[in-house]
Design a binder for this molecule. Sequence first.
Ligand SMILES: O=c1ccn([C@@H]2O[C@H](COP(=O)(O)O)[C@@H](O)[C@H]2O)c(=O)[nH]1
Ligand SMILES: O=P(O)(O)OP(=O)(O)O
Ligand SMILES: [Mg+2]
Length: 210
Amino acid sequence: MNKQVFIMDHPLIQHKLTFLRDKNTGSKEFRELVGEIAMLMCYEATRDLPLEETTIETPISKTKTKVIAGRKLAFVPILRAGLGMVDGVLRMVPAAKVGHIGLYRDHETLQPVEYYSKLPLDINEREVIVLDPMLATGGSGIDAVTIIKRSNPKSIRFMCIIAAPEGVKAFTAAHPDVELYCAAVDDHLNENGYIVPGLGDAGDRIFGTL
Ligand SMILES: O=c1ccn([C@@H]2O[C@H](COP(=O)(O)O)[C@@H](O)[C@H]2O)c(=O)[nH]1
Ligand SMILES: O=P(O)(O)OP(=O)(O)O
Ligand SMILES: [Mg+2]
């Protein structure tokens, strides 16, 4: 696998993914699982954030200790399904700002259609992590990153829960500078552009619009 792609095979993530895929998992549990997986993935995707030394006083003594250095984060969920990942990642990095990009897939062409974009004003000072549970053809992820690049962020990473091999190939070819973090790369896309075995339509399962 391409060095730009990180598969998070931690047992806790893989265990939760099994219940996420199950068609008998209802919206409430599905939302909770998406949030928990996003939180665990965020832990790994931020592993290389630089630290700097600071001095604090414990109840016992002064001590030198570490905090995350000046680098600031922004999360950008792709609507709607990416919204399900926001609470989980904010639990890890509560000071991060959140932008939004609205894209839906045209059911006939499978091409993404942009309908909304609102990014933090200071995004050019931030490291960005884009959130979408599914990378299928890759079209939505590719367009979202293209839109964000126009605002010159310091870096961009893309976090999805399940990717299709077709999406990984298209995404890494379009944005070779963007690291891709996913919990699983599945078998293939079906004729309707759904990931097989996948989990169905993530947005519909999160918001109960099946
Ligand atoms: O199995 C699937 C496949 C896609 N989605 C939704 O579509 C987009 C991603 O599709 P691209 O073809 O990569 O543009 C993603 O935002 C999901 O919301 C899905 O839910 N399940
Ligand atoms: O990518 P889509 O069309 O599945 O959009 P949504 O996330 O709103 O379901
Ligand atoms: Mg959807």
